[in-house]
Design a protein around this ligand. Structure first.
Ligand code: OOG
Ligand code: MG
Length: 267
C-alpha cells in the first residue's frame, strides 16, 4: 500500500463527515476521487480511521474486521484489483433469520463469506495463513450486506476504503467448526434468493484460501499500527459476486460443512 497521504487533516475530517452523513442517513454521494483525484489508498484509510474513531466515540463497539475484494468475482464486479479492509461494529450485526430493514440503506447487496473468530491476538507484518489458523477459535458461515454510499455502486479503491469497504450489516449463523476439522479451501457455497439459486462458488475463490485474506487484513492493519485483537469476528470476503436485494426478498446462503444462513428484507 502506498503510505503517501495527500489529504490535509482538514480534508480528512471533511470527507469523513461526508461519508458518515451518507452512512447514517442512507443517501448516495459521488465518489470522493471526483473532488480529490489525487487521493491515495492511504488517504482512504486515514478517512476510515477517523470514521471508526467517531463511531466508537458515539458509543458503537468494535466487533471485528472484514476483508473485501478478495475474490476474482468481486474484483471483476467492482473493477478494483487490490483487496481492502474495513471495521465491523456491534450495531451492524443482525440476527440469523431476522427481517432486515432496507429503508436505512442506499442499495444493499448480499454476499456469502467465511467468517473467523480468533482466540489470540494476531500481529503483522508478515502474518501468514498458518498464523491465522493458529489463532482461530472457529469458523462459521456469514452473509455480508454491503451498501456502497457511492452513486450507482461505482467507486475506486481510495473511495471505497474511506466508505469502510461498503460495510453495512452482517449476519452469521450455521454451524461453528474448528478449522482443523474441515478443508477450508474447498467449501462449496450456494446462494438462493426467493428460492432460486442466483450465485455459487467455492471458498478457494478467496485468495486460494480464506485464511489468506485474514492474513492480508492483519498485514494491512499492521501498516496502520494496529493488531487484530483476540475474540475478533473477521469476514474473509465475498466468494461470489454480490446480489442486490429489496423489500420482500428472502436469502438463504448454504455452505458445505458449515450449514446455512438465512434472512429476509423488509421496507
Ligand atoms: C466493496 C466491499 C467488498 C467483499 O466481500 O468483497 C466486500 C464493495 O464491493 O462494495 O465486502
Ligand atoms: Mg464482503
Amino acid at each position: 500500500m502506498s503510505l503517501d497521504l495527500t489529504l490535509s487533516r482538514e480534508d480528512i475530517v471533511r470527507l469523513c463527515e461526508r461519508v458518515e452523513g451518507a452512512q447514517r442517513r442512507a443517501y448516495a454521494i459521488p465518489k470522493l476521487t471526483d473532488e480529490y483525484p489525487a487521493m491515495t489508498i492511504a488517504d482512504g484509510y486515514a478517512v476510515q480511521a477517523e470514521l471508526r474513531r467517531r463511531y466508537l466515540a458515539s458509543g458503537s463497539r468494535l466487533v471485528g474486521w472484514k476483508a473485501g475484494l478478495t475474490s476474482k468475482a468481486k474484483m471483476q464486479q467492482m473493477g478494483v484489483h487490490v483487496p481492502s479492509i474495513g471495521f465491523l461494529l456491534d450495531d451492524m450485526w443482525r440476527p440469523e433469520n431476522s427481517a432486515i430493514k432496507t429503508s436505512d440503506m442506499v442499495h444493499p447487496r448480499v454476499e456469502c463469506e467465511v467468517a473467523f473468530v480468533t482466540n489470540k491476538t494476531i500481529k503483522g507484518p508478515n502474518c501468514t495463513r498458518q498464523d491465522v489458523l493458529d489463532a482461530t477459535d472457529y469458523v462459521l458461515p456469514a452473509v455480508e450486506i454491503i451498501d456502497s454510499r457511492f452513486s450507482g455502486f461505482k467507486f475506486d479503491l481510495p473511495s471505497v476504503v474511506a466508505d469502510n469497504g461498503s460495510s453495512a450489516r452482517y449476519v452469521a449463523g450455521g454451524r461453528a467448526r474448528y478449522p482443523a476439522d474441515i478443508d477450508l479451501r474447498t467449501l462449496g457455497v450456494v446462494m438462493e434468493k426467493n428460492g432460486e439459486i442466483i450465485a455459487m462458488g467455492a471458498s478457494a475463490a478467496v485468495l486460494g484460501h480464506p485464511a489468506e485474506a485474514i492474513a492480508m487484513l492483519v498485514n494491512i492493519l499492521a501498516e496502520q499500527g494496529e493488531e487484530l485483537a483476540a475474540g475478533s469476528f473477521v469476514m474473509s470476503g465475498g466468494i461470489t459476486e454480490a446480489i442486490p436485494v429489496k423489500p420482500g426478498d428472502s436469502i438463504v446462503a448454504r455452505f458445505q460443512e458449515l450449514g446455512s444462513v438465512s434472512m429476509r428484507f423488509i421496507e
